[in-house]
Design a protein around this ligand. Structure first.
Ligand code: MEV
Length: 441
């Protein structure tokens, strides 16, 4: 019987004790222990790496790690490592890569690498006085983070810019110190947050020491110090282009110019209609997140920043653009991407390290470019399918394996079913019908 009582000290239990408690608490059967241990990494050292990534770890959760070859990016052929559970994503990206590889490939340009953090605080004194004091405050803050910003500076990165912003429209007496950083090849979250927290302590101390101020004006209330995942100055551009006539031969039944027109109109809709924009952008992040996950990057940060950028005009819109001008088809996208190639999961996780090797150990700028190409490729495949026959045919073909697995078939039965569905429409109902009528189930 499930107890409605909080457990204390759960995190201190061993893994087996946690599993035992869970089994009793939820009423799971004993096969759970077996399941948990069979999904654990085989080697002790890997088990520890996974367990140390997160609290209360019971096992690891497997997702497919695959690759999409033939990604020609700025004239260099790349293989992209991808982690996704969505059956059709890797196949669609690989198809897009091959299609564009013989049409010039993906072109990319990094438009900036500045990341941002904010110190949020309240101060009740005269705002013009704080603005006058700010050059001195800036010097003090920079000096006091020097011990830990020195290492970053030696790598060529560090603090780029600091600005004081007075924002009484948000809260009375509310200020931000807006800081931009170059974190080079690291995503830099820990570096940025450590600097900002030190800024908070230094600012408080500096103000307390200003003896010409009243007792009240010497008090600063630091509300929080944190990086921002909105990084519009850490941006990359990606595009593919070709003469419209070269859009033929894609295996589509519609003519090249007809296809190009429909594609451009579909992208236009995503730029004007929020319901479509969200799904359109989901198609971009299908590919982009898969590469972010494979390389141990923080896909939540990337997505949050990408969606905010998609709404920068005040209305959420599709991130990509398409046009046909003078017979040339152009499909492009700009988006912020804060990524790292050193530190964190990228360095610790053995499979993320392999992903970096597959990518030929890119620096952060190169990884931004690969991610942007991954996003545009999955967006291309989705919109291409949508405007020329729909996504379900391809999607369900790839999904067939999942449906067959849900019926718990043997390998032989699955093989027979795959053969049967080779040239037939796939759906759950059709598979059920086939199994009942032709496979004797
Ligand atoms: C499905 O995961 C993604 C799509 O819905 C994207 C789109 O509609 O553009 C196919």
């Amino acid at each position: 019987m499930k107890e409605n009582k909080a457990i204390s000290g759960f995190s201190k239990l061993t893994r087996d004790q946690k599993a035992e408690w869970l089994t009793g608490q939820i009423g799971l059967d004993d096969s759970v222990t077996d399941l948990l241990s069979s999904f654990e990494p085989a080697r002790d050292e890997w088990r520890e790496i996974i367990a140390d990534l997160s609290e209360n770890c019971l096992t690891s959760f497997h997702l497919p790690f695959g690759v999409a070859p033939n990604f020609l990016i700025n004239g260099r052929m790349k293989v992209l490592p991808l982690v996704t559970e969505e059956s059709s994503v890797v196949a669609a990206m690989a198809k897009a890569a091959s299609f564009w590889a013989v049409r010039g490939g993906f072109h990319t340009e990094v438009l900036g690498v500045d990341k941002k953090g904010q110190l949020h605080f309240e101060w009740k004194g005269d705002p013009s006085l704080l603005h006058r004091l700010f050059p001195e405050i800036r010097t003090v803050l920079l000096n006091e983070v020097a011990p830990f910003s020195g290492k970053m500076a030696r790598r060529g990165g560090g603090i780029l810019h600091m600005e004081l912003k007075y924002l009484p429209e948000i809260l009375p007496g509310y200020y931000q110190i807006d800081v931009s950083f170059d974190t080079k090849d690291a995503m830099g979250a820990n570096f940025i947050n450590s600097c900002l927290e030190q800024f908070g302590r230094s600012l408080k101390r500096f103000m307390e020491q200003q003896s010409f101020l009243s007792e009240e004006d010497r008090q600063v209330d630091v509300i929080m110090a944190i990086l921002s995942n909105y990084v519009p100055d850490n941006r990359v551009k990606v595009w593919v282009e070709c003469p419209v006539s070269e859009l033929s031969g894609t295996g589509d039944t519609i003519a090249a110019d007809h296809f190009a027109g429909r594609f451009v109109r579909a992208v236009t809709i995503s730029r004007m209609d929020v319901s479509r924009a969200v799904t359109h952008n989901k198609g971009i992040f299908n590919g982009l997140d898969a590469l972010a996950l494979a390389t141990g990057n923080d896909f939540r940060a990337i997505e949050a920043g990408g969606h905010a950028y998609a709404a920068r005009s005040g209305r959420y819109a599709g991130l990509s653009e398409a046009s046909v001008e003078e017979g040339k088809f152009l499909f492009s996208m700009e988006l912020p991407l804060a990524v790292g190639v050193v530190g964190g999961v990228t360095t610790i996780h053995p499979v993320a390290r392999l992903a970096m090797q597959i990518l030929e150990n890119p620096d952060a700028r190169e990884l931004m470019q690969c991610m942007a190409a991954a996003g545009l490729a999955s967006n291309w495949s989705a919109v291409k399918a949508l405007v020329s026959g729909g996504i379900q045919k391809g999607h369900m073909k790839m999904h067939l394996g999942n449906i067959l697995n849900s019926f718990g078939l043997t390998n032989e039965q699955k093989q027979a079913a795959r053969l049967y569905f080779q040239n037939r429409e796939v759906s759950y109902a059709e598979v059920e019908h086939y199994l009942k009528n032709y496979a004797g189930r």
